[in-house]
Each structure stands twice: as C-alpha cells, then as structure tokens.
Design a protein around this ligand. Structure first.
Ligand code: NCD
Length: 328
C-alpha cells in the first residue's frame, strides 16, 4: 500500500501530550472514514487481517473495552480480551510480568487500561509491541479525547475558537487532562470548572504554550456563560480513597455543578452537551439533559469505535496512512 506522505510518527499512543495538531487531525480525518464503514451492512475491512490485538483491561470498563474490541474486529484483526478479575494479576502477578507473558504470544498491539498513572508508558518501555493507553489512573485517556474532538468538530465545523467548558471532578479525570491537551492544541479555549476541592492548582500549565487558552472557574455560571460545548465529568469516587469528602452530598453537588434545565440555560442555545460515561444520572447530569435533544452522549460512543479503528490502523500498519485513507 502506498503512503500519502501524511504519517503518524509515534509507535505507541500513550497520551495526547506527545502529539502535534497535525497528528490529531490525521486521526480525526481517518476516524471520519471509518465512521462511514460503521453505517454499512457489512462493517469490516481486511486491513489488519492476521494481526493480533490484546485488550488488557485491569480496571473496570464497558464502553472503552467493547469499543476497542469492535474496532479491532472491524479491521479484521484477531482481538483477545483479558480483564483484571479473571487474570493472573488477581493471583498477584505484576503488571510487567503479565505484559511480558502476553507479548511472548506476539500480539501486534496491546491496549492497556490500568489504575496507575504512567502504566502504559511503563509497559511500552519494556515490551516489543505497539501500546495504546486506554486510560491510566488520573493521567491520560487519549482515545476518549480524540472521540470527543471528533464529535465536537462534527457539530461545530471546526474546533479553533470554540469556548469549551469541562465541568466536574477535574482532579481525578484523565478525560479532562487528555481533552485539555487536545482541545487547546486544536485552538479551542477551555474553561475548567470544579469545586475548589477537585481543582488541581496550576492545571493550566499542562497546556504549555497554550496555557492562555485555559481558564479555571469555581462557579458553573461563569464557566457556561456563552459556551459552545459543555463536557460533564463523572465524580470518580473510586479514586478518592478514604480521604476527606470533596463535597457534602450529591444533592449539594448537583445543585451547584450539575447540568439541569436551569443551569444549561447559561450556555449558548446551540451548545452541545457531552459526557464520557458512565453517567451518575441526577448528579452530574439531569436525565432530561442526558436524554435531551442537545445531548451527544451516544454519538460520542459511536465515534469512539471509528476513532479506535483509526488508532489501531495507524499503529497496526506501522504508522503509514495508505492512500485510500489519505487526507480527508
Ligand atoms: C472514563 C474513564 O474511564 O476515564 N470513561 C470512559 O472511558 N468512557 C470516564 C469515567 O470513568 O468517568
């Protein structure tokens, strides 16, 4: 297959932090091609026939694991799923031993979800397979940010210049971090909003040269005022441990930081409303909002498969973008 000259330079996808805007756009464009495939009666192309993808999911997941599995299968790769509770990690095997043993079976790509920040990079340094980070602790979740960017670009035409509010448990959110990198690099202004107990100090600096595109807000009203996109985050209780509570009650949280018919009115009338899932209905999002006409929550999930196909495609074919999937 001939390459178009647009190439994905990295061997792995460990995070958005290491990617430039051109690599993000390349994956978004490829995702659009694969989205069309998902609408056909026969949703399969032979591109990765004979390749093996291992989905090593050592932390809970419904959407992301299924999405990677479907993506691999639509590319005709053999997909194998390993989950935490049924694997030897529950017998005390270390992550590195598990990964080395799986890689001894010669997969081409390992997709890893793990509760420790840095787990994907650590595995990538020690094994000979392409590694995709499907969420590592509170660090990054690059394919989520790509599918979010894909959804936003589809609805708004372009990401540059948009006002995008990301609201909720910023402290524990790898989704917020990956989106902060992706959306600022693509030219958006990002407003981060959380109770002060869930807002990491100095988080703007993650955006590096783009930090002036980032603002922090302690009040939902100011974050949503004139926003084009509202992205709600789940309260991640599983990452809070036994430490002090971050807010008094769900009711109190929802009144000040939840998206409801009352609070959504602060955003632009045509703002799209997003959530990576799983939603705590009635806490981050009122059910009438989650199921309402401006919610794009399920479209995010549909685009997730297409984006993961794009990622597996470029990594599984060694980074070249074959001409039939060239520039969109
Ligand atoms: C997110 C995750 O796991 O980080 N979910 C997902 O992948 N769709 C967000 C979350 O769990 O709240």
């Amino acid at each position: 297959m001939s390459a178009t000259g647009r190439a994905f330079a990295s061997r792995h996808l460990l995070g958005i932090e290491g990617l430039g805007a051109d690599e993000l756009v390349l994956l978004l464009d490829l995702g659009e091609r694969f989205l069309e495939l998902g609408e056909r009666p026969i949703k399969k192309v032979p591109t990765l026939r004979g390749r093996t993808v291992i989905n090593l999911f050592l932390e809970a997941s419904t959407r992301t694991r299924t999405s990677f599995e479907i993506a691999a299968k639509r590319l005709s790769a053999d997909a194998v799923n390993v989950s935490g509770s049924g694997s030897s990690t529950s017998k005390g095997e270390s992550l590195l031993d598990t990964a080395r043993n799986l890689v001894a079976m010669r997969p081409d790509v390992v997709v890893l979800r793990h509760q420790a920040s840095g787990a994907a990079e650590f595995v990538a340094r020690h094994v000979d397979a392409a590694v995709v980070n499907a969420g590592d602790g509170t660090h990054e979740h690059p394919t989520q940010a790509l599918l979010d960017a894909s959804t936003i670009r589809h609805h708004k035409g372009s990401i540059a210049g948009l006002e995008i509010a990301i609201v909720g448990d910023i402290e524990h959110s790898r989704v917020a971090r990956s989106n902060l990198y992706a959306l600022t690099r693509l030219g958006a202004n990002v407003r981060l909003c959380a109770p002060f107990t869930m807002m990491p100090q100095g988080i703007e600096s993650l955006a590096g040269d783009h930090r002036r595109q980032v603002s922090t807000h302690a009040r939902l009203e100011s974050a949503l005022e004139g926003a084009d996109v509202v992205m709600m985050l789940r309260i991640q209780r599983e990452r809070m441990g036994d430490g002090p509570a971050r807010f008094p009650t769900n009711r109190e949280y929802s009144r000040h930081f939840g998206l409801s018919p009352r609070t959504v009115a602060f955003a632009k009338p045509d703002a799209i409303l997003m959530h990576p899932g799983p939603i705590n209905r009635g806490v981050e999002m009122d059910p009438t909002i989650a199921d309402g006409p401006r919610s794009v929550v399920l479209e995010q999930v549909t685009r997730g498969v297409a984006i993961r196909m794009a990622v597996l495609y470029v990594l599984g074919t060694g980074g070249a973008v074959p001409s039939e999937f060239g520039s969109a």
